[in-house]
Design a protein around this ligand. Structure first.
Ligand code: UT7
Length: 326
């Protein structure tokens, strides 16, 4: 049976660190509130001119290096992002050009914080059906550029960064065992960027009204996130006929430490089986899972044949999982 195996991981975080203490000087918040409600201590912020494609290209190079795959070998590049450099061309095409991945088909997909898991699923299907052999999947975000630093309800949460994986189609038992994706557009108003698109094109008024910044109803999202993330994990467990205890490492979307802990508790997963790095980077949307995967991989937290479960939730709403035999 042909499966998509992850043969390289990479991540890239911008250099500038924005700490909770620095945010205390910008908005009415405290380090204590941020830490106890979210688990975040600091996040990374891009410099001016540092775009989502810049981050993505750096992360991709690291993943390709680890994989020993050259850009020319790539058949497909899928980028999950809600903060593209511009509406078009896609970040995928910009990354393709920067890498010199001449034969790869490249595109973006918009699935909020689930963008990486959606991308993994799309690439996996192309590889499994035999159309392509080598894929690059990236989650990349430049959220600081759409964050309202007057809104304490969102600005303390978000950070910038990028993560990538290289997939190859191989016969064997290792690789992506399943992906499950879900969407519910009726919750479109819980997390969105109202201005700047074709509905509310950018005008002086829309900028004055701060409509180009993302808006979030965090409290409502929290409850739906816990339920959806738990459901999608149970779905993957049932579909693959495994037990909670078979999971060696859960790599969840890093939106809130309390959400991660609630899911770990419901699945009876001990702390060491759940990867957490939200304290360093905050919520990096579609980049959070591939950054975490790369850190776990490089830290030696993943052994051959380990069973990894990735689960994501985000704007759309969207949610999904990927079960991977390493
Ligand atoms: O990435 C995927 C999508 N995102 C998520 O899944 C995020 C899910 N939501 C969350 O993580 C949490 O809901 C938040 C961290 C966003 C908020 O935590 P919460 O415990 O749900 O707080 P809340 O929104 O219910 O607000 C509680 C209080 C409010 O004050 P009052 O009305 O009780 O006086 C807020 O105004 O905390 C206040 N508050 C703050 N206080 C200090 C909100 N933000 C801050 C802040 N600093 N930064």
């Amino acid at each position: 049976m042909i499966r998509s195996r992850i043969v390289g991981t990479g991540s890239y975080l911008p250099e500038k660190v924005l700490t909770n203490e620095e945010l205390e000087k910008i908005v009415d918040t405290t380090d204590e509130w941020i830490l106890t409600r979210t688990g975040i201590r600091e996040r990374r912020i891009t410099a001016n001119g540092e775009a989502s494609s810049t981050l993505a290209t750096n992360a991709a190079r690291r993943a390709l290096d680890m994989a020993g795959v050259s850009p020319e070998e790539l058949d497909i590049i899928v980028v999950g992002t809600v903060t593209p450099d511009m509406f078009f061309p896609s970040v995928g095409c910009l990354v393709q050009d920067a890498l010199g991945a001449k034969k790869a088909v490249a595109f973006d997909l918009s699935a909020g914080c689930s963008g990486f898991v959606y991308g993994l699923s799309v690439a996996d299907n192309f590889l499994k059906n035999g159309q392509y052999k080598k894929a690059l999947v990236v989650g990349t975000e430049n959220l600081s550029k759409v964050t309202d630093y007057q809104d304490r309800g969102t600005c303390v949460l978000l950070g910038d960064g990028s993560g990538a994986v290289v997939l190859v189609a191989e016969e064997g038992h290792q690789g992506i065992l399943s992906t499950h994706l879900h969407s519910d557009g009726s919750y479109k108003d819980l997390l969105f960027q109202p201005g700047g698109g074709s509905r509310v094109p950018p005008t002086y008024e829309s900028i004055d009204e701060r409509l180009h910044y993302l808006k979030m109803d965090g409290n409502k999202l929290f409850k739906i996130a816990v339920k959806s993330l738990e459901d999608v994990v149970l779905e993957a467990i049932a579909h693959n006929n495994i037990k909670d205890s078979d999971i060696d490492l859960l790599i969840p979307h890093q939106a809130n430490l309390r959400i991660i802990q609630a899911i770990a508790k419901r699945l009876n997963l001990p702390e060491e089986k759940v990867f957490v790095n939200i304290h360093k980077y905050g919520n990096t949307s579609s980049a959070s899972i591939p950054i975490a995967l790369d850190e776990a991989n490089r830290a030696g937290r993943i052994q051959e044949d380990n069973l990894l479960l990735l689960n994501a939730f985000g704007a759309g709403l969207t949610w999904g999982s990927a079960l991977v035999r390493w």
